[in-house]
Structures are given as structure tokens and as C-alpha cells.
Design a protein around this ligand. Structure first.
Ligand SMILES: Cc1ncc(COP(=O)(O)O)c(C=O)c1O
Length: 476
């Protein structure tokens, strides 16, 4: 096999091969362990002569079935990992088939139109004003980056400097404030923006990381009306807890500060009357970041950013060239709202899944997950050797193994060992974190397929692994 052109006749067979294999893989997810069955050997030498698409795909399927962690399945509770709804999966395949370049309306009117419509739907779902600027990103890291880039532009203009044109030279260091819930990705974004990862001031009133509003007020007072950026988190990755958005927005705006909200998965609380109060005030923010590959259950990698002031959003990312064309400003050039110019048409799966299940379908799923999280919390509370470490306002249950006779000093190591065993066992999949200075588990429920029988394994497996460790511990 040489030139791919020779392979042209295999196109239909390649599609059928993947369809057949995907069906089998997806059909096995309900009953297979969440961990990867193995790590297959892969030849590392660059092939001089190709084997053709069908053989290459067959080889890839074989190594994937063996080597893929079942993150699209119902018992993968690590990180905050959604699955892929049927509508999103079909649309994602179509995305590769159509291979649209979602830069502007000339590169693909279809992709631009779908992005415009689906981000409008999302604003409605999340209770954000319809006139905000919006774009699809690769996830919340870049959504945070984009939102904070708009904030940086605003900060510069407050000092009479166009930082996107002239750089940061003429502006003072940017004061940034957040609670202990601040996600690592927002810190990373601050670093990438040249604002400094270590400059953010974390204002907490306890070891769990809750915001200290008194300290925030004092810090903003001290600036005497000079501009600053406040980052609030809607959905702490360890517990699903929320910064009080309305209070923070009032404080920020009373002091002339920018408010960015990281609502990666927490913004989905807006979908249910049971949790909507948790995001009260989000519409007062200046920029908001949300994820797609978490609770929306579209494939990696998808996220969204919403910015109140369209010109501040476009400022950092607008760059053209004669060959790219000049489009009327009435229509957003999506490739000028994110770092990437050439972009995958991620709007197709977003549009398809929203069209397929609607606001009601997503509310039903979110409410099922809320109920499942409460169920796990009850099981933790009922087990004498488990300790729940936080309230469960949303979909994350933070707890640890804590038998009454094990001293505090040994608990972190004990829980780390159990965490490693849980991953190795693979019936369920989640790691450990550190919460309030304690090593803990934090399974997050976001997969559309997850049901009671899946979450019931969380406590069962931790208890089983815990008993095993204790049984082999010297002196017990
Ligand atoms: C609150 C929060 N923000 C940001 C992120 C980063 O999102 P992504 O991995 O999609 O970039 C996460 C991921 O878990 C998160 O929970």
C-alpha cells in the first residue's frame, strides 16, 4: 500500500468495520470493568510501507478494545467525565465525515450556523442573557482562558492600554481573587495569559476552601476602585459546592471588578428547580466558562465560554489575513473568538444532543444524577467505617475510609492505598483527592448511562478494598 488514493475503494468497508466494532464495544460497556483490560504492545517503528486502511483499522480496534479505559461507560466516576449520548456520537462521526472547518461563515456556513444556534440554546438553558457573546471551546481550560483573556483586555483598557495590541508592558500587575475552590485550569489560564499563576490571592474562611467574603471585601476596598479580577467557581471539583455567585458579583461590581465564573459542570444546576438556586447570580458575571464533555455528554473535547461584552471577547483573538476574508460583524467569526483559527465543527454533536433530548431530557438526567449522588451519600453515612467529608449539593460525593480504630495519622496513606486498589480492581473507577487536608475519594456522577446498580458499587468496592487492606496490615 502506498498512496492513500489507492485505498479509496475501501472507504465504505472502513466505515462498516468501525460501525460493527463500535456497536460491539458500546454494547459491552454496561458489563465490562471500567479500567482498561490491558496495555497492548504497539510497534513504535514508523511503517515504511503501509498496510492499508482495513488492516490498520483492525489493528487499531484490537489495541483499543484492550487498551481503552471505559470512560464512556456508566461506572467511570474519575475526574468529571461524561459519556457520549447516541445523538452526540452519531453527530461526532458525521463531523469527521463532513470535515468542516469552523473558522467563519465562508469556511463553513453550516458549522457557523449550528454553533450560533446551539450556543444560543445553551445560554437559554443556563439562564444567561441572550445577547452575550458565545463560542465553543475545547473544554473549560480554554473557556477559562478565553474568559480571562477578555478580562485581561478589559483590565488593560481601564489603564488606557490595548494589551492585545501592545502587550502587558504598560499595565500594573493584575489583582486576582478567588476562593479555595479555584480549579487548576483557571490557574493555568492565568499563567498562559501572563497574569501569573502565583499572583492569584485565595481568600478562604476554612480548610475546605469556602470563600471569605469579608476578606474579599477588604481586599477590594483596599484597591480603592482600581480594577481587579474575581474568579468564582460554580461546582467545586472535590465536592460540587458553589461559591455564592450573587454575593460575589455584587461585591465585585460595587468595586468595579470583573467577575469570571468557572461553571464547568456546576452550571448544569440551572437545569433543575431543585438546584437552580445554586447558580443564582450567574447572569451578573462578565464571563462564564462551561464544559461540554462533562455533563452535556458530548465527546471530548468540547466546552463553552460566554462573555457579556462581545468586543472584549473578540479583542484578544481577532486576527485576519487577506485570504481569510472580511466578514460582516453582524455574524460572529467563531475562529476569532478562541485561540484556534482552524477548528473542528464541535457544534454538530452539541446541536444534535440538544435537539434529541431538549431541556427536559437534560433536566431529567441531571435530576437522576442528583438522586444517585444522594443515594451514595446515604450509603456512606450508613457504613460505620466510612466518613463523608462534605455536603452533597450536586453530583460529587466526597468521603474516605475511616474505621473508628484507625488513628488520623494513618488515614491518608490508608485511603491512598485503597484508591490505587479501586483503580486496579476496575469495577468502578475513581481516584483520590485532597479535601480539607485529608485524602479522600470524590466520585463524580455525570454519565448519561449511570444508574443505581452502577453507583451502588462505589461504596461496596471501597468497603471491600478497605477490609482487604486492614486484613493484611501488620498488627491487626
Ligand atoms: C470546575 C472545573 N473547572 C475546569 C475544569 C477543566 O475542564 P477541562 O478539563 O474540560 O479543561 C474542570 C475539570 O474537571 C472543573 O471541574
Amino acid at each position: 500500500m502506498a498512496d492513500p488514493l489507492i485505498d479509496r475503494d475501501e472507504l465504505a468497508a472502513a466505515v462498516r468495520l468501525i460501525e460493527r466494532e463500535a456497536e460491539e464495544y458500546l454494547g459491552s460497556l454496561d458489563d465490562s470493568p471500567a479500567r482498561a483490560p490491558g496495555q497492548p504492545e504497539l510497534d513504535e517503528a514508523l511503517p515504511e510501507e503501509g498496510v492499508g486502511s482495513l488492516r490498520a483499522l483492525s489493528e487499531l480496534v484490537a489495541v483499543s478494545v484492550e487498551g481503552a479505559v471505559r470512560s464512556s461507560g456508566p461506572r467511570y466516576f474519575h475526574f468529571v467525565t461524561g459519556g457520549v449520548t447516541p445523538a452526540a456520537l452519531g453527530a461526532d462521526w458525521l463531523t469527521s465525515t463532513l470535515d468542516q472547518m469552523a473558522y467563519n461563515w465562508t469556511s463553513s456556513t453550516l458549522a457557523s450556523r449550528l454553533e450560533q444556534i446551539s450556543t444560543r440554546w445553551l445560554k437559554e438553558m443556563f439562564g444567561l442573557p441572550s445577547d452575550w457573546s458565545a463560542v465553543i471551546t475545547t473544554g473549560t481550560t480554554i473557556a477559562n482562558f478565553v474568559g480571562l483573556a477578555a478580562a485581561r483586555r478589559w483590565f488593560g483598557l481601564q489603564h488606557g492600554v490595548d494589551v492585545d495590541a501592545d502587550g502587558l508592558w504598560g499595565v500594573p500587575p493584575v489583582p486576582v481573587f478567588a476562593s479555595g475552590y479555584l480549579h487548576a485550569s483557571a490557574v493555568k489560564a492565568l499563567g498562559m495569559l501572563g497574569l501569573g499563576r502565583d499572583r492569584v490571592q485565595i481568600l478562604t474562611r476554612d480548610s475546605a476552601g469556602r470563600i471569605d467574603l469579608v476578606a474579599l471585601r477588604a481586599a477590594l476596598d483596599q484597591l480603592g476602585g482600581k480594577p481587579a479580577i474575581v474568579i468564582a467557581t460554580a461546582g467545586d471539583v472535590n465536592t460540587g459546592d458553589f461559591d455564592p455567585l450573587r454575593e460575589i458579583s455584587e461585591l465585585a461590581h460595587d468595586h468595579g471588578a470583573w467577575l469570571h465564573v468557572d461553571g464547568a459542570f456546576g452550571l448544569f444546576a440551572a437545569l433543575s428547580p431543585l438546584t437552580r438556586h445554586l447558580v443564582d447570580g450567574v447572569d451578573q458575571a462578565d464571563s462564564v466558562a462551561v464544559d461540554g464533555h462533562k455533563w452535556l455528554n458530548v465527546p471530548y473535547d468540547t466546552g463553552f465560554v460566554f462573555v457579556r461584552d462581545a468586543s472584549l471577547h473578540a479583542g484578544p483573538f481577532s486576527q485576519s489575513a487577506a485570504y481569510l476574508g472580511r466578514e460582516a460583524l453582524a455574524r460572529p467569526v467563531f475562529g476569532n473568538l478562541v485561540p484556534e483559527m482552524s477548528r473542528r465543527a464541535r457544534a454538530l454533536p452539541v446541536w444534535a444532543t440538544l435537539r434529541a433530548y431538549g431541556r427536559d431530557g437534560y433536566r431529567a438526567m441531571v435530576e437522576r444524577h442528583l438522586e444517585l449522588a444522594k443515594r451514595v451519600a446515604r450509603q456512606v453515612d450508613d457504613a460505620s467505617e466510612l466518613e463523608r467529608l462534605a455536603e452533597v449539593p450536586l453530583n460529587v460525593v466526597c468521603f474516605r475510609f475511616h474505621p473508628p480504630d484507625v488513628p488520623e495519622a494513618e488515614l491518608d496513606e490508608l485511603n491512598r492505598r485503597i484508591g490505587a486498589m479501586v483503580l486496579e480492581d476496575g469495577r468502578v473507577y475513581f481516584g483520590t483527592t485532597e479535601y480539607a487536608g485529608k485524602v479522600a475519594f470524590r466520585p463524580a456522577i455525570v454519565n448519561w448511562l449511570t444508574t443505581e446498580r452502577d453507583v451502588d458499587l462505589i461504596v461496596e468496592v471501597v468497603r471491600e478494598m478497605g477490609a482487604k487492606v486492614l486484613a493484611t496490615a501488620p498488627g491487626r
